[in-house]
Design a protein around this ligand. Structure first.
Ligand code: PMP
Length: 427
């Protein structure tokens, strides 16, 4: 069965698959961090459904919540109507929000994917400000629909000003650390304030508190606070894309909480649906300019996803799994750094909480061939992870600085948050 399924699927499915690529794994059962393949082998899943599985696979509280809806006879899909299931989800979501946002929050249910919520957020700030340009960052990833692509790194943007995202290892200013981050912040300030830059007053700024697809790059807290000051002083709404960083993964329930920054808009998806598709945008009530019908979409009322999401959010909160991710992540980071230091192909090991990445380099000619790919395949062959993560080519190209370099990053997911996970199993 294993070989036949693999052969038929690779013949019929587009080659444009991204996340797990063409790994020769045919999952048939899964529990916690473990996936069992049709070949009878067991794999340690470090990818966690691209960050959707805050509690690992098939956690009992998630299954129970889904069964609860199925057994109750409730409608499975209700468009925008209010239901007890939606009420419970919204109540639990608001309970988790950063304090500064919770008191004034509105929520908009979007299409099923993260990219739908990004789209809604961009549309909302444009409607609220009457402006159109958006500030986004090098290496950003916000999704695959047109507006989200525009705000993602590498797109041939028309209405987006691209700003440097701070990073140590490939600091575009060549200094790294707090000074590199401050220089990145000043670049942003001067772009906004210099009339010669040609950047009109933007509708908003969108950023990831930790870039995921861009290569697992945690933004320094001080830089995030500077972005908050810079945008607040100029009445520019700040959108935090927490699609990948949310629900405890980075060691705080929402990654913006590390810095104490309160965004005006938060884009949330992945883990909030407890492995089922769900995406929302949460924003300050002052931005609530939408009229009825201004933002529609059929799949915004999936009751199973809301129930699975409520159970997940409540479990992460009640069991303090964000703290656990911070603790396990710090230990894992130390361990990976010391164990991998001996390898010349390892450029940097970095991350926050259990959102971790290893950047591989291949000599002076970065990215000439990806080192992360073979490591991913070898890992799978050893039963370590479903590809053990996302392979990303990092391409830093800050306008005007002319710096371009590439490497590849192997990312790890957050399945380890779930109690019962033993760090030593990863060693
Ligand atoms: N924003 C971020 C930060 C993401 O990591 C992703 C997906 N990896 C998205 C948006 C898009 O989400 P989706 O794939 O569900 O459209």
């Amino acid at each position: 069965a294993h070989e036949g399924i693999l052969r038929r699927q690779s013949a019929r499915e587009s080659a444009a698959r991204t996340y797990a690529r063409a790994l020769p794994i045919v999952p048939v059962r899964a529990r916690g961090l473990t996936i069992e393949g049709a070949d009878g082998r067991r794999y340690l899943d470090c990818l966690s459904g691209a960050g959707t599985l805050a509690l690992g696979h098939n956690h009992p509280v998630v299954l129970e919540a889904i069964r609860g809806v199925l057994d109750s006879g409730a409608p499975l899909h209700v468009l925008d109507l209010a239901t007890p299931v939606k009420d419970a989800f919204t109540t639990e979501l608001f309970r988790t929000l950063p304090a500064g946002l919770a008191a004034h929050a509105r929520v908009q249910f979007c299409g099923p994917a993260g990219t739908d919520a990004v789209e809604a957020a961009l549309k909302l700030v444009r409607a609220a400000t009457g402006r159109s340009g958006v500030l986004a960052f090098t290496g950003a990833y916000h999704g695959m629909t047109a507006g989200a692509l525009e705000a993602s790194g590498g797109a041939s943007e028309v209405r987006v000003a691209r700003l440097p995202y701070p990073q140590d290892y490939r600091c575009p200013f060549g200094v790294g650390g707090p000074r590199g981050a401050e220089l990145a912040a000043r670049w942003t300030e001067s772009l906004l304030d210099d009339p010669k830059s040609g950047v009109p007053q933007p509708a908003g700024m969108i950023l990831e508190p930790v870039q995921g697809e861009g290569g697992v790059l945690p933004a320094p807290d001080a830089w995030l606070r500077r972005m908050r000051q810079i945008t607040a002083a100029r009445s520019i709404p700040l959108i935090a894309d927490e699609v990948q960083t949310g629900v405890g993964r980075t060691g705080a329930f929402w990654a913006v909480e590390h810095s104490g920054v309160t965004p005006d808009v938060m884009v949330v998806s992945k883990a909030i649906g407890g492995s089922l598709p769900l995406a929302v945008v949460v924003y300050h009530e002052d931005l609530d300019v939408w009229q009825p019908g201004a933002h529609a979409g059929t799949f915004r009322g999936n009751q199973l996803a809301m129930a699975a999401g409520t159970a997940t959010l409540a479990y992460v909160r009640e069991h303090r799994l964000a703290e656990r991710a911070a603790d396990l992540g710090a230990r894992m980071l130390r361990r990976l750094r010391s164990d991998l230091a001996q390898f010349a192909c390892v450029g940097e090991v970095r991350g926050r909480g259990l959102m971790l990445g290893v950047e591989f380099v291949s000599g002076a000619d970065f990215g000439a061939d990806s080192v992360a790919d073979p490591v991913m395949y070898e890992g799978a062959a050893l039963g370590l992870g479903t590809g053990a993560g996302v392979d990303v080519d990092v391409d830093v190209d800050v306008a005007g600085l002319g710096l371009r370099a590439a490497g590849s990053v192997l990312g790890f997911g957050a399945g380890g948050m779930v109690p019962g996970f033993e760090l030593d199993r990863v060693a």
